[in-house]
Ligand binder design. Structure first.
Ligand SMILES: [Zn+2]
Length: 233
């Protein structure tokens, strides 16, 4: 029976390793999901800033077009001035020229003010684009790495589970069943006993039970957490 307790104790490390592997297997896709979310957020911000920049650039183009058209009109009007015969008509054209020049000046001021905004927007979206591209590369790298890593870990997990089953099959059937039953509810399904205390739920074991456990003749369960108890010598 002493052997049984030793075998039970040997399942502790492998049970812990299996649990760690399962945690790793869950953590890997989570990392990809985190990167995906980060990339998405960076991409949205980049697209938003770029769209703002494009809109402002469009406004600038429109204003420049208007300035060009108006300048053409002004040239035509100035050329016409010499040919005008009446004072009244002359004054009317002079007035039109003044209004046109004011309009051009206003457009030029607006362009200058939009231009400084558009420059800083471009600097912003350029740096956001770099960040977005970096995240995209990291995400792709992670997605490729994950495939190999998941296969590797799944293979390792299978072989560790086989080892654990092998160890468990060396235990008496009733103990094995108890192990499986407790494992479904609690991790780990075993608990070390130290100074009469279950090291998982920390209850003090009844003195008679502790005496029995120390004999290592039989495997007992913790009366509180039901884990299979073992002592290390
Ligand atoms: Zn316990």
């Amino acid at each position: 029976m002493k052997d049984h307790m030793q075998r039970l104790a040997q399942t502790v490390q492998i049970g812990q390793d299996i649990q760690n592997l399962k945690d790793d297997l869950e953590e890997i896709p989570a990392k990809v999901r985190r990167l995906e979310a980060e990339f998405q957020a960076a991409d949205e911000l980049f697209s938003k800033k770029k769209a703002e920049w494009e809109k402002t650039e469009g406004e600038i183009r429109k204003l420049r077009g208007e300035i060009e058209t108006e300048n053409d009109h002004l040239k035509q009007k100035e050329a016409r001035l010499n040919a005008i015969k009446t004072t009244k008509e002359y004054q009317a054209v002079v007035k039109e020229i003044a209004t046109g020049k004011t309009m051009v000046k206003e457009r030029e001021t607006a362009v200058a003010s939009l231009q400084s905004g558009t420059d800083s927007l471009k600097a912003e979206w350029t740096s956001l684009q770099d960040k977005r591209n970096e995240l995209q590369a990291a995400l792709e790298q992670e997605q490729n790495a994950i495939r190999g890593r998941l296969e590797e870990l799944s293979g390792k997990l299978k072989s560790m589970e086989a080892t654990l089953n092998e160890r468990l099959s060396a235990l008496p059937e009733d103990i094995r069943h108890k192990y499986i039953r407790v494992q479904a509810k609690r991790q780990p399904p075993t608990a070390k006993v130290l100074s009469g205390t279950c090291q998982e739920c920390f209850i003090s074991l009844p003195p008679q039970l502790y005496i029995e456990i120390r004999k290592t003749q039989e495997i007992h369960s913790c009366p509180n957490c039901h884990r299979l108890l073992y002592i290390e010598e």
